[in-house]
Design a protein around this ligand. Structure first.
Ligand code: A2P
Length: 327
């Protein structure tokens, strides 16, 4: 039995956290839904219960809460996660606020385990999660030398604002979330630009991959992150070279047996991972595996996953499941 709080319960990810927690086998005793003052008093469903949304404040964690799943933006996490931690709550935080702090665990259950040096555990970036799930067993087998990521990211990753921009954009409504229309368009711009010319999203993929897979400093990673007019599920093209010799068949065999991975790799029959088929599932779908003819020991791997489930809500609930099962 454990008591839960969902912080950002009315958002796109928060809604999915509630749904995924309800689907889980976890025994949930008390559950609290928290959001901004705008949502206070709304009623949300959890399993067969009606739960009234509370406004998040400094006293929200005075109650007996075991786990708080946060998805209410970086500022909210920065301010309220330490307050929850101080009250003995284990925070599983979906924002990027804490991910790269040295004493904070950054966890994908298929890849690594929490040390719990702090009670704040970070959920990685959505595109990073779906990339490291297949890369982990390949790194164990062949030692990664270099990764080049190119992403094709769905608008649901930007929350309700991104979804509205795509749907309303079809009717000619000006975008509110993005700097340009996303309908009938492709934007090579996710999160803000940094001095080195990369976006924050690109640097998240680079730095978080190194942290989760515990890669040596000599491993080189680069990324280009792109928003596409797809409602849900991100695609990532992973170009990877290994230090040890690998073959396409060995890679397929490893991924066929890898936790959290579904291999869909039969191009002759038009079978490869696509967003519409990944949506609604927790697994990472992997295919189009082929030798990169431009470099030694290099391979192309295409992966697609539901960014709201595995990229956010499901990964967070899986971390709670992991902690509960190791009690
Ligand atoms: P609210 O619905 O009351 O604004 P999304 O990313 O889909 O836009 O969702 C963001 C989530 O974070 C929502 O649940 C939103 O609540 C919540 N949120 C945003 N700002 C705050 C805040 N300052 N305090 C608490 N919750 C917040």
């Amino acid at each position: 039995m454990a008591n839960f709080a969902i912080v950002g319960a009315t958002g796109v990810v928060g809604t999915k956290m509630i749904e995924r927690l309800a689907e889980s086998g976890l025994q949930v005793d008390d559950i609290y839904m928290m959001a901004s003052s705008r949502s206070a008093g709304k009623v949300l469903k959890f399993r067969d219960r009606d739960v009234v949304v509370e406004e998040l404040n400094e006293h929200s964690f005075d109650k007996d809460i075991d786990y708080a799943l946060f998805s209410a933006g970086g500022d909210t996490s920065r301010k309220f996660a330490p307050i929850a931690e101080e009250n003995g709550v284990i925070v599983i935080d979906n924002s990027s606020a804490w991910r790269m702090e040295e004493d904070i665990d950054l966890i994908v259950p298929e890849c690594n385990r929490p040390t719990l040096k702090r009670k704040i555990i970070a959920n990685p970036n959505c595109s990073t999660i779906q990339s490291v799930v297949p890369l982990k067993p390949l790194n164990d087998a062949f030692n990664i030398e270099k990764i080049t990521y190119t992403t094709y990211q769905a608008v649901s990753g930007s929350g309700k604002g991104g979804i509205d921009d795509l749907l309303e954009g079809q009717n000619g409504v000006e975008p509110k979330k993005y700097p340009h229309p996303i309908y009938n368009n492709v934007l090579p711009h996710i999160d803000s630009f940094l001095e080195n010319g990369y976006t924050k999203e690109e640097m998240k993929m680079i730095n978080e991959t190194k942290k989760i897979l515990n890669l040596d400093d000599d491993v080189r990673i680069t990324a280009t992150c792109v928003r596409v007019p797809v409602l849900n599920s991100h695609a990532v093209e992973i170009d990877v070279t290994f230090k040890d010799v690998a073959t396409v068949e060995e890679i397929r065999e490893i991924l066929r047996n890898a936790p959290g991975v579904v291999l869909v790799d039969d191009p002759g029959n038009n079978q490869y991972p696509i967003p519409t088929e990944a949506t609604g599932h927790d697994e990472v779908y992997v295919g189009r595996i082929r030798k990169d003819i431009s470099q030694d020991n290099g391979f192309h791997i295409w992966c697609v996953a539901d960014n709201i489930r595995k990229g956010a809500a499901s990964n967070a609930v899986q971390i709670a499941e992991l902690l509960e099962s190791s009690k």
